[in-house]
Design a protein. Structure first.
Length: 172
């Protein structure tokens, strides 16, 4: 549990960020959700090459992005997501943070959002088996700083979503 303790402050900061809070309480608007799906797709396009098939999310994220496109929403470019995915991604830390969020909090978020926004990336064929595959990442040692980098990248991605939305539509 050292990894969890070492990242608790940044994890809470992500939950308290306006984007994170709106996702958690189910009030996230469609464009912000689409922008977030774009960030996740960017990260998982790199990450999923390195994890077991059961932990991969890119196909389901693609389904969600396509569903939002059918409603007229496209993810806006997010430089923070691209920089993290291309330059800062550490497989163990990213799997702990990103996949862990889908597995651990995703079910609650899916229940809040699924009636109005696509959430396929939060569904698991076999959640228990996926948790078993993810557990070694949660128990990894020596990756606390890289996991903190992943959480910091999430904060940067969410900040950029807010900045983009504010510049284009008064979000904030």
């Amino acid at each position: 549990m050292a990894l969890r303790e070492d990242t608790r402050d940044l994890h809470h900061a992500c939950e308290q960020h306006p984007v994170g809070a709106a996702m958690s309480d189910g009030t996230v608007d469609a464009q912000t959700w689409t922008d977030w799906l774009g960030c996740l797709a960017t990260v998982h396009a790199f990450l999923d090459w390195h994890v077991a098939p059961e932990l991969r999310r890119i196909e389901r994220l693609g389904e969600d992005v396509r569903a939002m496109a059918a409603r007229g929403y496209q993810p806006r470019a997010n430089g923070a997501a691209l920089r993290y995915a291309a330059l800062g991604l550490h497989v163990e830390a990213a799997t702990y943070v990103f996949t862990g969020a889908h597995l651990m909090g995703g079910e609650v978020m899916r229940r809040k959002l699924e009636n109005r926004l696509p959430c396929e990336h939060l569904r698991w064929y076999n959640r228990r088996a996926s948790l078993d595959l993810w557990r070694p990442y949660r128990e990894a040692t020596g990756i606390s700083e890289r996991a903190r980098d992943a959480f910091a990248a999430i904060l940067s991605m969410m900040d950029e979503i807010v900045e983009t939305r504010s510049a284009n539509s008064g979000f904030g």
